[in-house]
Design a protein around this ligand. Structure first.
Ligand SMILES: C[S@@+](CC[C@H](N)C(=O)[O-])C[C@H]1O[C@@H](n2cnc3c(N)ncnc32)[C@H](O)[C@@H]1O
Length: 275
């Protein structure tokens, strides 16, 4: 079903290649591209009015997006209806309940934590420990600015190249849960970084993540389809539940489908699985 015009862009500009969204006082002015081009997710972009000037921002320019308070939420959640933090939070909670596991005992690593929307969901469960990691400093700055107190700590790091001190700190954290939402594939988190984070989780720990449905298909080139198949075949990861759902809409209003997966880790991912 296509999005109602009023939900997404209720005033199409005849000149230029952008559509104006309606402007509510107190909200950021955002224009989406006209639905002529077929843009893959990593090429999607919009125009945003900042201090009176229109700036073109690609959706993958997270540094620029996070620097503008509220832009990530308004763009991805209000306009494009992203549901992923809710879906992963709900699935994890259901699995914990079904298996009689207290959320208060969770020690969570939130990989690709961004500005803390997933952390906000997890924080509500009352975990024992909640640590965020992201590769760009703007993500940490935005999380601390917009959601202070959500994370016990938040690190800017590439998990495949941790300093000895941070590696020791993350190992000592004895994580029993990995969450990774809307961050695998494209130019974001590669299989090697997923492996490094997975291996920081204790055996029997919870693994909750999502990934674009195409990255689990036969023609996947991200490496995740083969990795996840191997993890399951070798019983490194026991899949407890999965759900294909609408992650968000694209700039044309069409649905983008992801798969949410929740499982239990049985052992570390061997290095050869991600070569
Ligand atoms: C679409 S955002 C998702 C943020 C958050 N998980 C959410 O659902 O709101 C993807 C995040 O992954 C981060 N990221 C990309 N590559 C990464 C890597 N190799 N290691 C850690 N974080 C990474 C980006 O900086 C960005 O903040």
């Amino acid at each position: 079903m296509r999005m109602e015009r009023s939900e997404m862009a209720n005033q199409e500009s005849r000149a230029g290649n952008v559509r104006e969204t309606s402007h509510t006082p107190g909200k950021i002015e955002i224009r989406l591209p006209r639905p002529s081009d077929r843009l893959d997710q990593d090429a999607e972009h919009c125009s945003v009015r900042v201090s009176g000037e229109w700036q073109d921002i690609r959706f993958h320019d997270y540094d620029r997006i996070y620097r503008i308070p509220g832009l990530y939420e308004q763009l991805f959640h209000d306009i494009l209806q992203c549901s992923s933090p809710d879906v992963i939070g709900k699935l994890l909670k259901e699995q914990l309940q079904e298996r009689g596991f207290e959320p208060q005992s969770l020690r969570v690593l939130d990989l690709g934590a961004g500005n803390g929307l997933v952390g906000e969901q997890l924080h509500r469960l009352g975990p024992d420990l909640l640590v965020g990691v992201d590769i760009i400093p703007e993500a940490r700055e935005a999380a601390l600015r917009d959601r202070p107190g959500t994370y016990d700590s938040y690190h800017v790091a590439d998990v495949t190249e941790l300093s000895p001190a941070l590696k020791a700190e993350l190992t000592a954290a004895r994580f029993n849960t990995l969450c990774c939402v809307a961050a695998l594939g494209y130019a974001d988190i590669p299989p090697a970084a997923f492996r490094a984070a997975f291996n920081l989780i204790s055996d029997n720990g919870w693994i909750a993540f999502n990934i674009k449905d195409r990255f689990l298909s036969e023609d996947d080139t991200s490496g995740f389809a083969a990795l996840i198949r191997r993890l399951r075949e070798a019983n490194v990861l026991e899949l407890l539940t999965s759900e294909r759902y609408q992650h968000r809409r694209n700039v044309n209003g069409e649905p983008l489908y992801y798969v949410a997966l929740v499982g239990r880790k049985h052992r570390d991912i061997p290095e050869e699985f991600v070569r």
